[in-house]
Design a protein around this ligand. Structure first.
Ligand code: MD3
Ligand code: FE
Length: 213
């Protein structure tokens, strides 16, 4: 049987009940997505957030949509205002909305209308330690994530933090839809290996779409 590590472009694979990997789903849209990201960054530039414990995150972040995810000494939350500009986050570009909705529908979630897109940039060495996403209001809503640029190793564990995590390579154009039983699974990204990608250079960009409010 062909496994996750050799899934070809266009393949649809279940990682775990509720988690669907759409290999290469965003490959064609990628140049448009990255172009539209440039306009988002002109309004709300990259920044390194601080955890409630006071550590600077190695991943650089920004947001678009009516709500943006934030971390600071006060905790984690969604906020309609970018604290760095004092202005609302830039709107979700049409290309972002359409990609998120078509991917969700492909995975069985019709009518997904995200209000938040967290954009993560991983430079070589940047990582995201094992965590759960639980700052959203309704866990029945799926999360759609889009990988662009350099490849990364995604860690996918269980509801309990101690469960052994599966390692899944994610490459440029991959889209994963997380819903149902997988929605509260622990997950993370191993330190990014250096490399060069024609569309992003020395980094990986991840778009994470949510209905947060
Ligand atoms: C599994 N981002 O922003 S996306 C995050 O690649 C985050 O930047 C990673 O984890 C990244 O919170 C992983 C994949 C992802 C996103 C949300 C999930 C996987 C998930 C929520 C539940 C289970
Ligand atoms: Fe997460």
């Amino acid at each position: 049987m062909r496994d996750l590590f050799e899934a070809e472009e266009g393949a649809q694979m279940s990682l775990q009940p509720g988690a669907v990997l759409l290999r290469g789903f965003a490959t064609v849209a990628a140049p448009q997505l990255l172009g539209d990201l440039g306009a988002v960054l002109a309004v709300s530039p990259w920044r390194h957030l601080v955890t409630p414990g006071g550590f600077r995150m190695s991943v650089a972040m920004t947001n678009c949509g009516t709500l943006g995810w934030l971390s600071d000494r006060r905790g984690y939350r969604y906020d309609p205002i970018d604290p760095d500009t004092g202005r609302p986050w830039p709107a979700l570009p049409a290309s972002f909305r359409e990609l998120a909705a078509t991917a969700a529908a492909q995975a069985g979630f019709q009518g997904f209308e995200p209000d938040a897109c967290l954009v993560n940039r991983y430079d070589p060495g940047a990582r995201l330690s094992l965590h759960q996403d639980r700052d959203e209001r309704d866990f029945r809503q799926p999360i759609v994530s889009v990988s662009l640029g350099l490849p990364a190793v995604f860690l996918f564990g269980g509801i309990e933090r101690a469960e052994k995590a599966l390692r899944v390579p994610l490459v440029h154009g991959d889209v994963v839809v997380w819903g149902g039983p997988a929605r509260l699974s622990h997950h993370g990204i191993l330190p990014l290996k250096d490399g060069e990608h024609p569309l992003t250079g020395h980094c990986r960009v991840n778009l994470t779409f949510r209905k947060a409010g």
